[in-house]
Write a protein that binds this ligand. Sequence first.
Ligand code: CP
Length: 339
Amino acid sequence: MPVTDLFESKPHHDQPYGDDANLQLSRSGGLRHLLTLRGLSRQMLSDLLDLSAEFLSPLGDAAVRTDTLAGKTVANLFFEPSTRTRASFDLAAKRLGADVLNLDVNTSSRKKGESILDMIYTLQAMQVDVFVVRDASAGVPAYIARHVKDHVSILNAGESDVSHPTQGILDLLTIRQHKKSFENLTVVIVGDIAHSRVARSAAQGLSIMGVGELRLVSPKSLAPNSDDFPRARIMHRLDEGIRGADVVMALRIQRERIGNLDGIPGIDEYFANYGVSHERMKMAAPDAIVMHPGPMNRGIEIESSLADSPCSVITQQVTNGLAVRMAILSTVCHNLDTR
Ligand code: CP
């Protein structure tokens, strides 16, 4: 049988990792792929946060550079739009000394019907060592990880509404920089939780780190299946959910994942009921921070001036994202070399 990828014709499945969360670990228990935060230990996440911090330097200073990835090749394959994740993986790989291939998928042979696996095998034959993959279908990163050679690593850069693990780690790093411990924190995530891979990875990461309380606030039409968030309080009134919160994370409505927008509040109604504003932040803890993964819709899920105010850590999340991606690339390449 020819190497044929029938992936796109397989049914969507909500739990692409099932019992395979360990697929991402090497035989010695190190991180080989990063597909999901589910199943990672607190120690492993803490180590990644510590390593990420080593790649930070003050803005305006020279960026941290090493030759850790000299001789390695990293391919960025983004089948969905991205600014932050794509740019930061690109810069991260370059600052670690790797060769980097940013494939323009719109002009790739996938447009001529080539399967994603044939595309991967083609690039693997050119000695690509790490594939950074963003795709709108659930299960794609794990599917590729099951098929690549032993010396190759797959990093999930955003998978449908399922998982965005590097975003989850950068969110943890940002929270850790501002708050002493996770145990006593109340975190509220407000927005389109139903369609958010950011919320899923944040919830997984926060749960692993032992967060005190996680509240998920959304209109009923954008509420998640509670099975996806076993430890969270699912709420529908932001005025209640934000009370006393230490961390407030706003999410945009993922219109591209919603087939029928009936029942989704209009912009004014949404901002009135779910917009994170200066006024609402008065109900949060006095030293609460405001987060947003981007891209932001100012005036819809967040008041524009709040996004630029001192309690906002949104640009710090972006800075941390680059450091986290450097840490992940260093870790998986080290584990590939010592497997
Ligand atoms: N937060 C995030 O994933 O942003 P991009 O879609 O710009 O990569």
